[in-house]
Write a protein that binds this ligand. Sequence first.
Ligand code: A3P
Length: 293
Amino acid sequence: MKEIRRGELFDFHGVSMINIFTDNWENVQNFQARPDDILIATYPKAGTTWVSYILDLLHFCQRSPERQTSIPIYERVPFLEMTIPHLDSGVDLVNNLPTSPRLIKTHLPIQLVPKSFWEQNCRVVYVARNAKDNVVSYFHFDQMAQFEPEPGDWSSYLHRFMEGKMVFGSWYDHVNGWWKKKQTYSKIHYMFFEDMVEDTGQEIDKLCCFLGLSPSVEEKKQITGGVQFDNMKKNDMVNHSTAPVMDFKISPFLRKGKVGDWKNHFTVAQNEEFDEDYKKKMKDPTLQFRTEI
Ligand code: A3P
C-alpha cells in the first residue's frame, strides 16, 4: 500500500473538497469529451464500481475479454478528477484509453462537470443511493481509504454528512442537482442502487435500452452473474484489492452491498434527527428513495 497523507476538507466553489480532486482542475475543466463518451456519475459510495463494471462488460466482454483479467476496473473506467502524486491523473488515463466508447467516472456535483460533456451531448449514467446507507458506506470507506479526511467517530461523521461537510459536498445537493438536470437534458439515465439490489437483471435491461445495446440472452446471463456481489468480491480486477491507497485490513471495498445496513449504525435518536433534517432538505416529491426493500 502506498503511504499518503489524509486530505483536509476545504471549500471549493461552495463544495467541500480535498486537494487530490482539485489539484488538476484546469485540465479537468478543459477536458475534451467525445460524443460517444459515457459518463458514470455518482455521489461517492452509491454503487459506482458496480455500474462501471456492468457498463464495461456490456461494451467490451465480447470484443476484448482479456481486459477482464488484466486491467483493474479503476483503469478501465478512470476517475476523471482524481490526481494522486506519482500516479497518472484521471484526465491522462482517460486521454490514453484505447477504447471506444470511453467510460469515465466522476463524483462531481452537476455544476462542476466539465462543459464539454454537455456540448458533445454525451450519455450520462447517474446512480443514486439512499442517504442512510450511503453515509454508512462512506463512513467505512473513509476509514480504509487513506487519502480521505480522518472520519472520526460515527456520531460526528453523521452530523458532518447532514451539513454537507464531506468530500464532494452535500449528498442532498448532489442527488437533487443531477435529478434537476435530468429534466432538461434527455441523455441522463438516473438509476437507484436499491433497484439494482432488488432486480439487477431488470436494471441491466434498462441500461441496455438507454445505451442502445442488445446483448444475447447468454451474454446477459453471464454479465448478470458476474456482477453479483459475491462474484465481484472475489474478482481482484474489480474488488479494488490492487488499489494502492486503500487499507483492506480496516475494511474491504466491497463491504456488504446491502440495502438497510444503516439500521446497524443509526441509534433511534440519530434516526429521528436525521429524518427531521431530511424532510427539510428533500423537498422535491418526485425524487424518492427507499431505505429498505
Ligand atoms: P457497502 O459499503 O454498503 O458495502 P462505490 O463503488 O460507489 O464506491 O460504492 C461502493 C458500495 O457499493 C459498497 O457498499 C459496495 O459493497 C457496493 N457494491 C459494489 N458492488 C456491489 C454489488 N455487486 N452488489 C451490491 N453492492 C455492491
